[in-house]
Design a protein around this ligand. Structure first.
Ligand SMILES: Cc1ncc(COP(=O)(O)O)c(C=O)c1O
Length: 388
């Protein structure tokens, strides 16, 4: 029998992040690998979901999202940024930011074109580009602060460039792009007639007074930005698989077609519950930020105390930690050692880089969207590294 693996599927591997969760379970290690909360979602949103099911919201919703949810997202976006999107023509509810990204790329990118991706990157972006038949073109985020060199970014744009993917606050580095960074990206997008696709999933997880500037609020960018977002991180419901995409009417029409044939729609009762969550007061977002700031500060101090050299995140809920202080130069071997011998699962940094990148084996990524007790258990286990 032939091997029925498509040329596209053969070009990428299984997700290492998801694999590390399985490794954690096997070794009963504290799981600081995959970015999902181990604490309950807000009770209001859980009750709203139960109510929606009991009130018979159990059939296919409108493919681009229930009216209540679209209206709630539009109201919240207006409240936060003063911009009014049309719920009828500018918004598509989808199955998580994961579907939002692939649907947006498939709706706008052609085989043979290039998509610029910052490296290290959230591991889905490379396969997403490949599934569209496009070529990812990588631009490095440089340690120690994971900023990018403006000349290197400018050099990556060419006549084949169709889109640039931006994720700020960034997974895995915690980097929050400055207004100046975004202005350069906006300028290049307009010069080369390129689309920006922004992954805004950590929009509300910011530290040290960092400001969140949506790219689509910059002059000339509203028509050429596709904003992909999700409730996964904002409302601690990564298993619900509800995301949304804001874009111009022309882009939205194309995205909605792809979305419809990919998934038909996201879970109807959960959409109704999310509509209620988007009406949470501003204090909810402040508490979310404070909650994660406490954990970031605790983990940064604890990891540095054990001996890691860490990159201080300005947003999101991950810490990239250098492994060299422990005498290791192989991040995968170190991550397996941490899981099996030390009792803490992390993600090897190389899963956020292409093979061969000079920084690809220098880091492991710790995730801190966990109960304090979980983080304390991890830190207690990590003390074993001190004695080695
Ligand atoms: C940058 C980034 N984008 C997208 C996702 C996945 O989002 P969703 O759960 O909405 O599919 C994650 C999850 O960790 C992420 O870190």
């Amino acid at each position: 029998m032939r091997e029925f693996v498509s040329h596209k599927a053969a070009q990428f591997t299984e997700s290492v992040i998801r694999e590390m969760s399985r490794v954690a379970a096997k070794h009963k290690a504290v799981n600081l690998a995959q970015g999902f909360p181990d604490f309950p979602a807000p009770p209001e949103i859980k009750e709203a979901a139960c109510r929606a099911i009991m009130n018979n919201h159990n059939q296919y919703a409108i493919t681009w999202g229930t009216k209540n949810l679209r209206d709630a997202i539009v109201a919240k976006t207006k409240r936060d940024y003063g911009v009014t999107f049309d719920p009828e023509t500018n918004l598509t509810v989808c199955c998580g930011a994961t579907e939002g990204m692939i649907a947006s790329l498939m709706a706008t990118v052609n085989p043979g074109e290039e998509v610029i991706v910052f490296e290290p990157f959230y591991e889905n972006y490379g396969p997403d580009a490949i599934l569209c038949g496009a070529t990812p073109r990588f631009v490095s985020l440089h340690p120690p602060d994971f900023s990018f060199c403006h000349e290197e970014l400018a050099a990556a744009f060419n006549e084949k460039t169709r889109a640039i993917v931006i994720n700020s606050p960034n997974n895995p580095t915690g980097r929050v792009f400055s207004r100046q960074d975004l202005e350069l990206i906006a300028q290049l997008c307009q010069k080369y007639d390129v689309l920006a696709i922004t992954d805004e999933i950590y929009e509300h997880i910011l530290y040290d007074g960092a400001e969140y500037v949506p790219l689509w609020t910059l002059p000339g960018m509203a028509e050429r930005t596709i904003a992909v977002n999700s409730v996964s991180k904002t409302f601690s419901v990564t298993g619900w698989r509800i995301g949304f995409i804001l874009a111009s009417a022309a882009l939205t029409a194309s995205i909605r077609k792809v979305h419809d044939f990919l998934t038909v729609g996201a879970a109807a009762p959960l959409q109704e519950a999310c509509a209620e969550a988007f009406a949470f007061p501003e204090s909810y977002y402040k508490e979310l930020g404070d909650f994660y700031r406490q954990r970031r500060d605790y983990m940064l101090k604890a990891l540095e105390d054990v001996g890691f050299r860490c990159v201080r995140p300005g947003g999101a809920y991950y810490i990239m930690a250098e492994i060299a202080p422990f005498g290791w130069d192989d991040d995968v071997a170190f991550a397996f050692h941490l899981a099996s011998e030390i009792g803490v699962a992390v993600v090897p940094g190389s899963s956020f880089y292409r093979a061969g990148h000079p920084d690809s084996h220098k880091y492991v990524r710790f995730c801190f969207c966990k109960e304090m007790a979980t983080l304390e258990a991890a830190v207690a286990n990590l003390q074993k590294l001190k004695r080695k």
